[in-house]
Design a protein around this ligand. Structure first.
Ligand code: SAM
Length: 233
């Protein structure tokens, strides 16, 4: 990783997922027919696009939205260098839908958005409950929608994607999942790599109406697959 990325990483809280782990997880999910080759994948917070490239190499049409302009620009350069046989498109912007942000502002959403100082808990490893430390405070959250609408730039609406992938801090997870629960198509699947879970993860799942299974390992953390059990709203 170049110095440039080390610097950008510090500014954005960006820590890449392991591409080989992602490739293994995708191979397994394809093999088990949990996802299919022609499913389209949206990576929320795609960084410099290395997982999108990994997915596109597995012939999964891949799209990504990344807030940080430097990471997105670098990702686009890397993507152009690849010989890929399916779409692989990364745009800059916020993955939050304007409609979802509007609802939040009107107090009509349920998912909490935890502030620094909230407690986090990883239910899949020996119980650790840790306050957010200074290490995490340089992470920037973007609970906002951006113009131009990144989904227009991608040419595909949020509701059209079959598979979502994100790697977030636990802080952002509830709102991203709530957006998925409200706006994704019924049989879409949400894959999340996260080392951190809000303490209220289970209750949140119930509130939002999602079920969750462990489907693999990423960087030693669980890869979780969320699906819509029932129409929650
Ligand atoms: C932990 S990194 C994960 C990068 C990549 N997906 C991976 O797994 O290696 C999270 C990324 O999400 C981006 N991000 C945070 N909030 C965002 C938002 N609202 N819209 C788009 N990107 C966002 C950050 O800039 C960062 O690059």
């Amino acid at each position: 990783m170049s110095d440039l990325f080390a610097k950008e990483g510090t500014e954005t809280g960006f820590a890449p997922s392991d591409a080989d782990d992602f490739a293994s997880c995708l191979t397994d999910l394809l093999h088990r027919k949990i996802i299919a080759e022609d499913d389209s994948l949206l990576e929320l917070g795609a960084g410099f696009g290395h997982l999108m490239i990994t997915a596109a190499r597995a012939r999964i049409p891949s799209y990504g939205i990344e807030y940080h302009p430097g990471l997105a620009a670098r990702g686009r350069i890397d993507i152009r260098r690849q010989e890929l046989f399916v779409p692989c498109k990364l745009v800059q912007g916020s993955y939050y839908l304007a409609e979802y942000i509007r609802l939040r502002q009107q107090g009509q959403t349920r998912a909490p958005f935890f502030e620094h100082g909230a407690f986090v808990d990883n239910p899949f490893s020996p119980r650790i409950t840790t306050p957010f430390s200074d290490d995490l405070t340089d992470h920037v959250y973007h609970l906002e929608a951006t113009i131009p609408d990144p989904y227009s730039l991608l040419g595909i609406g949020f509701h059209k994607f079959d598979v979502f992938f994100s790697y977030t801090w636990g802080i952002e997870l509830p709102s991203i999942l709530e957006q998925y629960a409200r706006y994704a198509q019924e049989d879409a699947i949400f894959l999340n790599h996260s080392a951190f879970y809000p303490v209220e993860h289970k209750r949140m799942l119930k509130d939002i109406g999602l079920s969750c299974t462990v489907e693999g390992k990423m960087n030693g953390n669980p890869l979780l697959a969320y699906t819509k059990q029932t129409q929650p709203f």
